[in-house]
Design a protein around this ligand. Structure first.
Ligand SMILES: Cc1ncc(COP(=O)(O)O)c(C=O)c1O
Length: 436
């Protein structure tokens, strides 16, 4: 496989764009050295890079492209809308339809407001909760990786440069799955916590009674319960994790797969909270999500086509079935190669990730590099095994074959006691690190 054009393109990107990509998770440092393809085009679950290499892709668009690239229904809806104009001086009629469709898809929500990025709506949820409660502290699930690009969250990561400590002083964290810990937090900071922000589930289902317990605690302590449904939305079910587990948050935030790669996100929730940003309320107003591009019409058209397609084609079920086939295949070939304890597939079938563990069972960036390198060489690209519904059984079976080959190399590295000979250069690096 030749990466000459991609290497040149990566150099040019680094010359002009800090980090060489507009999202750190897409960075060259996330891929084995000299093997970070720059993409020319995509169709379905396949992408082609600027050298002409073809890949089966996982985790498309940072999990946003759940129907596959250039999905015909989405493309048709967007194309039809383009001829009608994209942004007007007053709301477009499509805003009514899109809001209605969303509230039908996520029936636990009473109102919705659209924006462009997940970060915008999660940050808006925090502002709304603070205004509604008159409190400043935000309780954040400390075990979950990402909530927003805004200061209140990034200040808590390993890259807090440029963010005043006064901002992060307002954040307290709690561990996932531990109700007594949340109760302690609420007691220790009695009357000070505005909201509790978490993903309702990540890799496994929540412990029995956990979400119900959070709901009860938040209600009892007057804390706004916020579910970040950026990943769970349109992957757990079209109605998100709240649609699966039957616990209704006060506010929830959607993005990613709702637009199949088009920029659209949503803040949804209780009418009495959301109306603080409205014009029918006597309370002090909240400046809630007012952006130039918030209701740009082709993204709303894309979102409506996505929501339709989820229903008409049973997409959530398809994602689960495809992921189940992949997880079973990968587990079988890993066990067969004697690396079943080292190449570990985790997560809900619609949202699979893989861990690469060293001889002592510890997560290893070097072994991850080895594994990713073998995948890329075999025509598979993905920092995860997050499926799109465009994958065919043939794609999945081909992936499993490539993983089988990768596992054989993994075994050789474990036996040699040193993966460095198989990484093809420096190891991949975590996104959040204070120095490059
Ligand atoms: C759980 C979660 N919340 C929020 C966000 C932020 O979304 P965006 O990148 O659209 O701003 C992300 C992005 O990866 C996410 O994974």
């Amino acid at each position: 496989m030749d990466f000459t054009q991609s290497r040149e393109a990566n150099k040019r990107l680094h010359d002009m764009v800090p980090g060489g990509a507009h999202t750190y998770a897409k960075g060259e440092d996330q891929y084995p050295e000299g093997m970070a393809p720059v993409i020319a085009r995509g169709r379905g679950a396949h992408v082609w890079d600027v050298d002409g290499n073809e890949f089966v892709e996982y985790g498309s668009g940072l999990r946003s492209v759940s129907l596959g690239h250039a999905h015909p229904a989405v493309t048709a809806a967007v194309t039809a809308q383009l001829g009608l104009g994209s942004n007007f001086v007053r709301p477009a009629a499509i805003e009514i339809e899109a809001a209605h469709r969303f509230l039908t898809t996520v029936p636990t929500a009473e109102m919705v407001k659209f924006a462009k990025n997940g970060s915008d709506v999660t940050t808006a949820a925090v502002r709304l909760a603070r205004a509604a409660t008159g409190r400043t502290l935000v309780a954040l699930c400390g075990d979950q990786p990402f909530f927003s690009t805004d200061d209140w969250f990034i200040g808590t990561t390993a890259m807090p440069a440029g963010i005043p400590s006064a901002t992060t002083d307002q954040i307290v964290t709690f561990p996932y799955g531990d109700l007594p810990a949340v109760e302690r937090l609420f007691t220790d900071h009695s009357g000070q916590i505005a909201c509790l922000v978490l993903e309702a589930a990540t890799q496994t289902d929540p412990p029995a009674g956990y979400l119900e317990g959070l709901r009860e605690l938040c209600t009892r302590h007057g804390v706004v319960l916020v579910f970040d449904e950026m990943i769970t939305g349109f992957r757990w079910s079209a109605a998100g994790a709240q649609g699966v587990y039957g616990v209704t948050p006060d506010l929830s935030t959607f993005g990613k797969a709702i637009g199949n790669g088009f920029a659209v996100s949503a803040l949804a929730g209780r009418r009495d909270l959301m109306e603080l940003g409205g014009l029918r309320d006597d309370r002090e107003r909240v400046f809630l999500l007012s952006t130039t591009h918030g209701a740009e019409t082709h993204s709303l058209a894309a979102a409506m086509a996505v929501m339709d397609t989820y229903v008409t084609e049973g997409i959530a079920e398809q994602l689960h079935a495809l992921g189940a086939r992949l997880a079973a295949g990968v587990r079988a070939v890993a066990a067969n190669a004697g690396v079943g304890d080292h190449v570990v597939v985790r997560g809900r079938h619609s949202n699979l990730v893989f861990a690469t563990l060293d001889a002592d069972g510890r997560p290893s960036q070097e072994y991850r590099t080895l594994f990713l390198r073998q995948l890329v060489l075999g025509g598979i690209i993905g920092p995860s095994f997050v499926v799109s519904s465009a994958l065919t059984h043939e794609d999945i079976d081909r992936t499993v074959d490539v993983v089988a080959g990768a596992c054989a190399v993994y075994r050789r590295a474990l036996d040699a006691g040193d993966p460095s000979e198989f990484t093809g250069g420096r190891p991949v690096r975590p996104v959040f690190r204070p120095y490059s």
